[in-house]
Design a protein around this ligand. Structure first.
Ligand code: FAD
Length: 479
């Protein structure tokens, strides 16, 4: 049955059919698009399709009816115009670090091939193409004595991270959200136009993009601010299972009066017994203390004294490091794996909340949950710059987040346990989650304040009234 007939351009018509409940694009249609794309186009039956849709989270299940692996902004424009002409929903993926809810029958634009980064040291700005990873930015920025507001993993995409708010565990508490330090954005909006937006050019769209992710289009390039930072004092200490409760109880003491130059988080980890995990950590339940300090070594040591008082730790990487060594702090995994996650924002962490975390730690020791972490927010992350981007996490003091890894039955049981832990923390929750750590709850109401959501809806009605951009983006429905 033919369900759609779209005119892609001024010349050429093509077919779109439905087969067994799935949208199928005719060979003529795919060929017409492929002719206009500098990168690659994959239909589900093509050899490269599975690789093209695969992301870092191998549990994500997405079955687009077409993938455009864009080589540049022109390809993004072509792909969006093609989708708009057929009323096809559009999704975008750089690395696939964000868990992808099940999604079928849409056009997926991947930006992996767009990794150009240019550093303008004089302006203290990096121009970053849509598919660049943090490792692509940190290295050339450091060559100029500068650092971006990057996240814990060198492999996360700059654009996805920044459009979700962008919590840097290194420079966030001293400088604020990455989204608040975007200088300009180039974006292909649902009408297929490539626009440059900034505080002066289409300021409302500039506001909404920096938190609204792909609700308003596909960003092809970001200009982000860099800061003069070349080293930090920090790293991680892994404590054995016996010390987990003491570490959880020391955390609030350490962070209570910490300066903005100091950032700390604690992760409770169940490391699997696999060769990729180094021997002292393999197959163990541990508490991982992560620290970054931009002040003196002595001041940092004074701040972490309550952790030091607990014991030596199994592995300790705390010391002065060049900024480029940032992955040493969180030691995030490099290879794809199947996981689910959930997060919650806490307004405060009183003694009862710490008791609840200790109780969760005891449950986590059973092994179902792979990681449960608490990060301190606050400092410059609580600031409201002029035209502050729509980030609900600026109203919170802490972010709690957990994840489970493994086959479906393990993940399902682990998520049920994690849901219970988050529920028990609800008396201290702000009621919202931080976009980048929200996990499976993909509702816009879960990550935006009511006021921001209302304003985002107005913007959505203007730029995407048909809600074509509704895949994996905490969709802001126009109505
Ligand atoms: C190991 C690990 C460590 C992490 N550490 C941090 C951290 O320290 N701080 C933090 O804030 N977050 C962190 N995150 C979360 C991460 O920032 C989010 O998952 C983010 O969405 C990943 O962006 P991505 O482009 O790599 O992923 P993708 O899954 O490719 O993209 C995620 C979403 O971003 C949007 N997007 C991507 N590219 C574009 C584009 N060109 N135009 C418009 N929208 C786009 C889309 O909505 C897309 O669905 C971490 C995640 C992992 C797995």
């Amino acid at each position: 049955m033919t369900v759609g007939q779209g005119q892609f351009s001024d010349e050429g018509h093509s077919t779109m059919t439905e087969y067994q409940g799935r949208i199928v694009l005719g060979e003529d249609t795919v060929a017409e698009l492929a002719d206009r794309i500098g990168g690659s186009v994959f239909a589900p039956e093509d050899a490269g399709y599975a690789e093209a849709v695969a992301g870092f989270n191998s549990r994500s299940r997405q079955r687009p009816c077409l993938v455009v692996a864009a080589a540049g902004a022109a390809d993004v424009r072509t792909a969006v115009a093609f989708a708009a002409a057929r009323d096809l929903p559009v999704g975008v993926m750089a690395t696939g670090h964000q868990p992808f809810p099940a999604a079928d029958d849409f056009l997926l634009v991947t930006t992996r091939a767009m990794r150009t980064v240019e550093i303008d040291a004089e302006r203290g700005v990096a121009r970053v193409a849509a598919g660049a990873l943090w490792s692509d930015v940190v290295e050339p920025a450091q060559a100029e004595g500068l650092a971006p507001l990057n996240g814990s993993s060198p492999l996360v995409g700059v654009v996805g991270f920044t459009l979700g708010g962008g919590l840097s565990p290194f420079l966030g508490r001293s400088h604020g959200w990455a989204a608040d330090h975007v200088v300009a954005i180039e974006v292909v909006t649902p009408d297929g136009e490539l626009r440059r937006v900034s505080p002066e050019l289409e300021p409302e769209l500039f506001w909404g993009l920096r938190g609204g992710r792909s609700n308003f289009g596909i960003v092809t390039e970001l200009e982000i601010r860099l800061f003069p930072v070349t080293s930090f004092y920090g790293g991680g200490i892994y404590f054995p299972a016996d010390n987990v409760e003491a570490v959880v109880r020391a955390f609030p003491e350490v962070v209570r009066d910490a300066p903005n130059t100091f950032t700390c988080s604690v992760a409770l980890l169940n490391f699997p017994p696999v060769p990729e995990i180094p021997e002292p950590l393999r197959g163990r339940f541990l508490a991982h203390v992560r620290v970054t300090h931009l002040g003196s070594d002595e001041e940092a040591e004074k701040l972490i004294a309550p952790f030091r008082a607990i014991g030596e730790g199994i592995l300790d990487t705390i010391g002065r490091h060049p900024y480029g060594a940032f992955p040493i702090v969180h030691t995030d995994p490099a290879d794809p794996f199947p996981y689910e996650e959930q997060g919650a924002l806490l307004a405060e962490l009183p003694a009862q909340a710490v008791d609840s975390l200790v109780e969760s730690a005891q449950l986590a020791a059973g092994g179902l949950l792979t990681v449960l972490e608490i990060r301190q927010l606050g400092g410059a992350l609580a600031d409201r710059p002029v035209a502050a981007s729509p980030i609900a996490a600026r109203d919170a003091e802490f972010n709690v987040w957990g994840a489970t890894v493994g086959p479906p039955e393990v993940v399902d049981a682990g998520m049920a346990m994690l849901g219970g832990m988050v529920e028990r923390l609800s008396p201290w929750s702000t009621g919202l989650a931080y976009t980048n750590f929200a996990g499976r709850d993909d509702r816009a109401e879960n990550v935006f304040t009511a006021d921001d959501l209302e304003r985002l809806r107005v913007l959505k009605r203007h730029y995407d009234p048909r809600n074509l951009f509704r895949v994996n983006n905490h969709n802001v429905a126009p109505e």
